[in-house]
Ligand binder design. Sequence first.
Ligand code: FAD
Ligand code: SF4
Length: 424
Amino acid sequence: EVERALHRHGCERIVVTEPGEWRVLEMMQEWAQRFDVPVEIRPDDRFLCSLSEFRKWADGRKSLRMEFFYREMRRKTGWLMEDGQPLGGQWNYDAENRKSLPREISLPSRDRFEPDKTTRDVMKMVERRFPDHFGELDAFGWAVTRDDALEALDHFITACLPGFGDYQDAMKSGEDFLFHSLISPYLNIGLLLPREVCEAALAALEREKAPLAAVEGFVRQVLGWREFVRGLYWLLMPDYADGNFLDAKRPLPDFYWTGETDMNCLREAIGNTRRNAYAHHIQRLMVTGNFALLAGIDPARVEVWYLLVYIDAFEWVELPNTHGMALFADGGVLASKPYAASGAYINRMSDHCRDCRFKPREKLGESACPFNYLYWNFLIENEDRLRSNPGMGLAYRNLDRMEAEHRNAVREQAAGFLAERLSE
Ligand code: FAD
Ligand code: SF4
């Protein structure tokens, strides 16, 4: 296409913005020679931290932790700062962002944008050319214009931001969005800018329309996590994608593609993904991601899935989140320890277990939640690599207290489950 465009317009040079994938950058770097024209690749200024700034911050540090990067960015922008100190006295209100959802709480309505003619034409083309596609088109209601994206942002700030902090980690059956912003696709394709979304949240705080913990929680995601994973991706690629610290090799189960599983939490998360090309962070990290981690699924196969199924997927953001945060395949570059959890976590943060054929409190046997025995099996399988991790001390002390007989039974049930569900 680039070659065709060069001829069509008689161009003498190419000026282009840096892309969102290493693979594409490599292609661009060949253009000068291939097309015999000068090529200028300009920085993408739709971010709050340039790649050279990130490199400078990372240089010489033993470990790269989001929290310290985030504090640096707070100082740089002056957001949520007062006399050089964090507003309210704390940098981070994460501990207040982990409430489970009260049963009676009313959830905000969500804007759905009626597909315009162009979108409808594309939907028809998708049906025609990709009849076996993973998703469902009927519910498509994403904004595709700047005006609609701004309206979506406005709706989030007014109706959802006040509840965003408290229930950031919550999950509820039949509720796909809760208080989340749903703005990642707009940010990632440039319909919204990170500066304006953070400033909109800060203005809500100023007007006392949203509490500090919610605004800080939101700003941390955009100014902290989003910028941090991008910096990390470009700092560590191309080798980053090749790591497989836990030597995970199992295939991705079919139910990731069909959503047909008797594990209710996975059915909910994958169902959301198929309906909306969306799942919120905790569904991605602690349900589909956690299962893939515990089951020892080959990171490359999991990464392909995440890259294909989400509307906001670009490799610069998908890869560090999947490879590093969810699967610990980078051995601790992004997260200090694996986000591994048993069914108790999902039970605490959701109502999914109530309608599940499995029981989150049962550890072994026909009705036991598979996350339970897979969790212990994960610790046993990866003992050589994880026991010395300081963050895993408590988990291994608990494992040490397990009777040998129980341990063997865990191994056996996990092996049976994995053999049955992960066959190729
Ligand atoms: P909210 O919960 O409302 O958060 C606000 C914004 O903060 C998001 O829109 C996003 O821009 C940013 N943000 C929050 N968490 C992260 C994070 N961990 N990394 C980067 N930005 C973040 N995000 C993508 O944009 N594209 C992806 O392909 C992607 N893949 C992921 C894969 C896995 C395994 C995991 C665990 C997370 C992934 N994320 C990805 C991060 C996060 O889950 C999504 O950004 C978020 O769920 C988008 O929904 P939202 O806009 O409602 O987010
Ligand atoms: Fe998921 Fe286990 Fe709860 Fe079922 S019981 S919803 S599998 S955590």
